[in-house]
Write a protein that binds this ligand. Structure first.
Ligand code: HEM
Length: 516
């Protein structure tokens, strides 16, 4: 029997197979020798579960200071990796973006998003790509005038709400939460949708969803224990989703009826539900009208509900928290407040109303907004998951780790920022100062890479327009003679990081003409 190059079976084993196996064993050994990132030692089985209360943006920032820019923890069966340095954030969000673009989702999130039928919690892949295309091109695009109109009109109505309250304390936190809720509610469901009690009911559904997203559930850390449900979460989850179904199904039905009456056409005043219904199909048939978008999926009712909830969560508390923090930082720093109002007087003056075209010229106001987003990123922890085992900075990151990128800690990194904890808007006046579009890894309020925020433009528009109007129309003072140094500047931890205490201030008019 002839063998390659005339070698017999034993020499083949000796010359090729054994050395190959030896080399392979070295590689495998070397790989398995790569340690996990450093971190606090955990207990058997439960790991670092006793540290759950420290897994906030502040707690994880402290751990980062102690162990370095990348920290590993184990909570039950779950590997958790916390990133607090700009360079490692770049590795995750840029260099290995394709691996780290999945989202972690606990039991509650999976159930409440109709098994990840949305965009924010869909894992990276063809479904997510198409959902993102629909959202970016049809819902958040600058061309979708209706969303931008609802921002303008709702900001005007907020100014009208403040006007009769001049001279008395105004709860700015509540005011701006209602403002952003109204903007998104209108952009999503249209201007003729039910208001009043129905809207209050919808807000209560959102609040329950928010609580359930963050509720502790043993099954998230020990998947085998999902039959244990000591807090009756299953009952609460079922009830919450039923409430949402009841609310949005009715709105979807009304929109479908309207479309039928209009012979399948939109009436020019289309909202997000109308836009999404254009992709709706009960029988799963593709809609050829959308070949221009190169979208080959059709949407079910569950998809539409899940996307609407993404928009509600993505676009309300984020923008409200940023507006409230911007106003709070400016009241805390009267010199900067004075500079912003001088700029407003120079660009707009006191004899006319501020217009959208003025925004571009308000350089110092924009610096204050950037500085607010640096110190108080509305989403302090980006939540990502890696689809496969990989290596970062010489450490092994096990597949399906929960990877948090601590935007809050990174924005205050002492090596990246001078006087990192101080509100200093002028730092952004420098040419070449960091921008938040995702390529400066020391400044990531909107994230970076594939999963970065698709609503950035709409969010910034609402943020800038509201702060500019509030400061152009009114002078603001702290109530009861409170000094700026006495303000509580602490935040709270949740999906977003709003102020611990709502901002209250007293407005007085500063313009020379009737506002409305
Ligand atoms: C100041 C305002 C806002 C800030 C600071 C903000 C910030 C962010 C951040 C940090 C992310 C996650 C990025 C990542 O994981 O890498 C995100 C995702 C997202 N945002 Fe925003 N956002 C804002 C406004 C909005 C608005 C107005 C909307 C919609 C109307 C929106 C919708 C979304 C959605 C749907 C996602 C998920 C994207 C995906 O997973 O593919 N956001 N946002």
């Amino acid at each position: 029997m002839e063998f390659i190059y005339g070698l017999q079976p034993i020499p083949i084993l000796l010359y090729f197979v054994l050395p190959l196996l030896f080399l392979l064993s070295i590689v495998v050994k070397k790989r398995s020798k790569l340690p996990y990132p450093p971190g606090p030692k955990g207990l058997p089985v439960i790991g670092n579960m006793s540290m759950m209360d420290q897994l906030t943006h502040r707690g994880l920032a402290q751990l980062g200071k102690k162990y370095g820019g990348i920290v590993h923890l184990r909570i039950g069966m779950l590997h958790m990796v916390s990133v607090t340095s700009p360079d490692i954030a770049r590795q995750v969000l840029q260099v290995q973006d394709n691996i780290f673009s999945d989202r972690p989702a606990n039991v509650a999130i999976k159930y409440l998003t109709y098994d990840r039928s949305d965009m924010a919690f869909a894992n990276y892949g063809p479904f997510w790509r198409q959902m993102r295309k629909i959202c970016v091109m049809k819902l958040f695009s600058r061309k979708r005038e209706e969303s931008w109109n609802s921002v303008r009109e709702e900001v005007d109505s907020t100014i009208l709400t403040v006007l009769p309250q001049t001279g008395s304390p105004v709860n700015i936190g509540e005011l701006v939460f209602m403002l952003t809720m109204n903007i998104i509610y209108r952009a999503a469901f249209g201007s003729d949708v039910v208001q009043g009690k129905a809207k209050e009911h919808f807000i209560s559904i959102l609040q329950e969803f928010s609580k359930l997203f963050g509720a502790f559930n043993l099954a998230d850390f020990f998947p085998g224990l999902n039959w244990l449900d000591p807090q009756s979460l299953t009952t609460r989850l079922t009830k919450a989703r039923k409430s949402l179904d009841g609310f949005i199904d009715k709105i979807i039905d009304e929109h479908m009826e309207k479309k039928k009456i209009n012979g399948g056409c939109l009436d020019g005043d289309d909202d997000m539900v109308d836009n999404l219904l254009a992709f709706y199909s009960e029988d799963g048939k593709k809609d050829v009208a959308h070949e221009d978008l190169k979208v080959s999926i059709t949407l079910s009712r569950d998809h539409i509900k899940a996307i609407i909830m993404d928009v509600m969560f993505g676009g309300t508390e984020t923008v409200a928290s940023a507006i409230e923090w911007a106003m709070a930082e400016l009241l805390h720093s009267p010199e900067d407040l004075k500079k912003v109002q001088e700029e407003l007087d120079e660009v707009v003056g006191q004899n006319r109303r501020l217009q959208e075209s003025d925004l571009e010229k308000l350089t110092y106001l924009k610096c204050c907004i950037k500085e607010t987003l640096r110190l108080h990123p509305p989403i302090p922890l980006l939540l990502h998951e890696n689809s496969q085992e990989t290596e970062i900075a010489g450490y092994t990151i096990p597949a399906r780790s929960r990877v948090t990128i601590n935007v809050y800690a990174i924005g205050r990194d002492q090596d990246a920022w001078v006087d990192a904890d101080t509100f200093k808007p002028s730092r952004f006046l420098n040419e070449g100062a960091a921008d938040f579009k995702g390529s400066n890894f020391e400044f990531l309020p909107f994230g970076s890479g594939r999963r970065s925020c698709p609503g950035m433009q709409l969010g910034l528009y609402g943020l800038e327009l509201t702060v500019a109007h509030l400061l152009h129309c009114f002078s603001w003072n702290l109530p009861n003679g409170m000094k700026p140094s006495e303000m509580n500047m602490n935040d709270m931890f949740g999906l977003t990081a709003p102020r611990e205490v709502r901002l209250v201030a007293v407005p007085s008019t500063r313009l020379n003409f009737p506002l409305f």
